[in-house]
Each structure stands twice: as C-alpha cells, then as structure tokens.
Write a protein that binds this ligand. Structure first.
Ligand code: NUP
Length: 216
C-alpha cells in the first residue's frame, strides 16, 4: 500500500459528519484512512464506502478480526464488499483463522494486515509473550503487511527483524499514546495517528508538523 507522507489517519469519531470534516481538513496530506469500530458501529459499514468515495483514499478497516475461520471469512467478505482496501486481523487466533481472511482478501484483490503486538501497556501481559511467534507465523504464511507498536520501539524492532525489510509495517501509538513518529519510522513504514489529529483544533497543522518532524 502506498501511504502518502507515511501517515495513516485513525478516524475514531462517532459521526459521519465529523469524520468527513476532519478527513477533509487533512486530505491534501493524507491518502490512507483507518476506520475502526467507533465509526463503523456508529454509522455502519457504509462509513467505509462513503469515506472511500469522497476522498478516493486507501481505507484500512481496523476490525481486529479474531474469530473461528468461518466467521472470520464472513467478516472479511463484508468488510471488503463495503470497499475497504485492507482489514486488520489478530494473529493470536492462529493460522487457520488468519488464512480465512487471507483467502477472502485474495478473492477480492485486497490486503490483510496481521496484528502482532499491541501498543497499550496491558498488551505486555499476554500478547508480548506470543507476538514474535505471531510475526513468525505471518512470515510462514507469506503475509507482507503487519501492525506493531510505536510505543515499544524495542518490540517494534524485534518484529521488523522477524518480518524482514521487504514487509510493510504500520505502527499505532504515535502522539496521544506517547510514541514519536520519526523514531517509529526507523523500523516502521507508516505511522497511525488518531487523537492528536482528530481532537486538534487545527488538524492540518498537526499533520504538517508531523511531516516536518519526519523529515528532520
Ligand atoms: O496496538 C494497537 N494500538 C492501537 O492504538 C493496534 C491498533 N489498531 N491501535 C489503533 O490505532 C487504535 O484502535 C486507534 O484506532 C489507533 C491509535 O489512535 P490514537 O491513540 O492515535 O488516538
């Protein structure tokens, strides 16, 4: 996926109105938007279709799909049919569940991002212990797209070493969760930024300053 300025906007707002407004303010700089449960549950899968139509951007559906293979297939099919270019899938559920999403992605000509370790402190309790295995499973399965945390650079680096330089890593946790964009991009290909942009009085300015910080 080609991510303009290496920034993915996490559009975790509750109404289509504010989603459109915020995306509109940064659309000169951002071509990839991540839509997760907040917007999709509030406004339906239509939110994916509408954002894609309005901004002609990449849409990553952050549904952290984590069910049995048969259910995962249905979730992935519905997500891709709504227009998402990629879906984020949990790795801890195992290879058959992930494979179901990969098959759906292949049928639709879309992508899967495999979630390895998460960015919040609580992820250290369970996920940290298995995230390197999850990344290794992804490599065995031929997966090229990964999610790994910007808040734990040592973990991000480890996961980069496992998935290799030809894989594409997107990294959440920059800004509100304390991660730094430039440092994160030493190991990741793009950063995911939500609250620091969509809660800002001037979202465009925040995006511009992230871009300046990355160039340093
Ligand atoms: O490990 C993860 N951490 C994380 O924050 C995996 C994620 N998908 N996310 C998502 O990234 C989270 O749900 C939110 O949409 C975004 C980060 O937003 P913010 O902390 O910049 O507001």
């Amino acid at each position: 996926m080609e991510v303009k300025n290496k920034i993915i906007l996490a559009l975790d707002v509750n109404t289509m109105e504010s989603a459109m407004k915020i995306a509109g303010k940064v659309s000169d700089y951002i071509n990839t938007i991540k839509i997760g449960y907040p917007l999709a549950l509030a406004e339906g899968l239509e939110s994916i279709t509408q954002i894609k139509e309005e901004f002609d951007c990449n849409v990553i559906a952050d549904f952290k799909v984590a069910d049995i293979p048969e259910t995962n297939s249905k979730i992935a099919d519905l997500t891709f049919n709504a227009g998402a270019d990629a879906v984020i899938v949990h790795g801890f559920v195992g290879n058959d569940s992930v494979e179901a999403c990969l098959e759906s992605a292949e049928d639709h000509g879309k992508d899967v991002f495999l979630l390895t370790e998460m960015s919040h402190p609580g992820a250290s309790r369970f996920l940290k212990g298995v995230s390197e295995d999850i990344a290794a499973m992804g490599v065995e399965m031929g997966i090229k797209n990964y999610v790994a945390p910007a808040t734990k650079l040592d973990r991000l680096e480890k996961i980069r070493n496992i998935v290799g330089n030809d894989s594409f890593i997107i990294s959440p946790g920059v800004g509100a969760q304390g991660g730094d964009a430039a440092k994160t991009l030493r190991f990741a290909d793009a950063v995911i930024v939500g609250r620091s942009i969509y809660l800002a009085e001037d979202p465009e300015n925040v995006v511009k300053s992230i871009i300046d910080g990355i160039k340093l």
